[in-house]
Design a protein around this ligand. Structure first.
Ligand code: ATP
Ligand code: MG
Length: 306
């Protein structure tokens, strides 16, 4: 377990939590209607936060999340800066999301359009993923006939999330909410997958988090969406090139460079070594490439020279 750096103090906000990559703040006046989600430049792999950070990463992922939020046909947790929320501090403005604080469902809404990663491992053991039986003979990376909803229970801090069946999600949140989470997740995934495909990118799988508006009870899309931290994207031309190795075809659009370098330079015992400048720069370029491919635009921030 790697220690995280002390979070930045932000005027008007109180730090409440840091995940591996993001820092959360609530208004310092004690009100709980809002939550400031700040994406850091930290990068994690194999469950370790690595050194050094990737300059520009937090801003890129925030911009990508915002871009997707604007294209998804479901209410989301973003709020325009309004008078009753503290201002977003200038020093984090490009990597912060000002959000409505929701009652989050304790379910990670994973959707898979392809079978790989932990889903493929479960399929190899049981022939099914989260209780959904799949045809036999599927290989790592194969596209599924239709996307499947494979929820995970969001374990309390320090414990590992566990894959669950749809029936278990009904026990956890009730039949109506479970069905709503599933239907919304599949609908968003399908639209996003089709949009990405038109831009030469395969959206293999992703994870959504949704909550309930405490005032209206409405289902609201929260957290980050369809970033390369929450999703697995592949380059479509590499994916469809049968002459390539599986590792090349399924190279993810984010941390593959970091993972490959670590695999060669670290035996997984002790703290991981610091990433060389060249790997930091290549990793940034890979994140940037995804942003440009999907949005067709240059990222809103220039990379910081290293
Ligand atoms: P990891 O480093 O593995 O991602 P984590 O999920 O605990 O760990 P973060 O993803 O940084 O860390 O934490 C973001 C947290 O904020 C999640 O628990 C998410 O459910 C929660 N969250 C996101 N948006 C909202 C919102 N609008 N209201 C309330 N909670 C939210
Ligand atoms: Mg998280």
């Amino acid at each position: 377990m790697t220690l995280l750096p002390a979070p930045t103090q932000l005027a008007g906000w109180r730090h409440i939590y840091s995940g591996k990559v993001r820092d959360l703040y609530t208004p310092a006046d004690g009100s709980d209607a809002h939550l400031l989600v700040v994406a850091s430049n930290r990068v994690s792999a194999f469950d370790h936060v690595l050194e050094p950070p990737i300059p520009g990463k937090g801003a890129l992922l925030t911009a990508l999340s915002n871009w997707w939020f604007a294209r998804i046909d479901l209410p989301n947790h973003l709020v325009a800066e309004e008078s009753d929320a503290p201002a977003v501090p200038a020093e984090v403005a490009d990597r912060a999301m000002l959000t409505r604080r929701l009652e989050m469902y304790p379910i990670e809404c994973v959707v898979r359009g392809a079978l790989t990663g932990s889903g493929f491992a479960e399929y190899q053991r049981t022939g099914a993923v989260c209780g959904i039986e799949l045809p036999s003979g599927l290989d790592d990376g194969d596209l599924l006939d239709r996307p499947i909803f494979t929820p995970a229970y969001k374990a309390p801090l320090g414990e590992h999330d566990e894959n669950i069946t749809f029936e278990r999600s009904v026990e956890l949140v009730g039949p109506e909410a479970a069905a709503a989470l599933r239907d919304a997740s599949l609908q968003i995934f399908t639209a996003a997958r089709d949009l990405a495909a038109g831009r030469g990118v395969v959206l293999a799988d992703t994870k959504f988090e949704l909550g309930r508006d405490p005032l209206t009870g409405a289902l609201v899309l929260a957290d980050e969406v369809l970033t390369s931290d929450s999703s697995r994207y592949w380059d479509a031309s590499a994916y469809h090139d049968a002459a390539r190795s599986r590792q090349d075809r399924l190279a993810s659009f984010d941390k593959q460079i970091v993972r490959n370098w670590l695999s060669e330079h670290w035996d997984r015992a002790g703290a991981p070594p610091a990433l060389p400048d060249e790997i930091v720069a290549k990793t940034y370029d890979r994140y940037r490439e995804l942003y440009v491919r999907l949005t067709g635009d240059e990222p809103p921030v220039a990379p910081v020279a290293i």
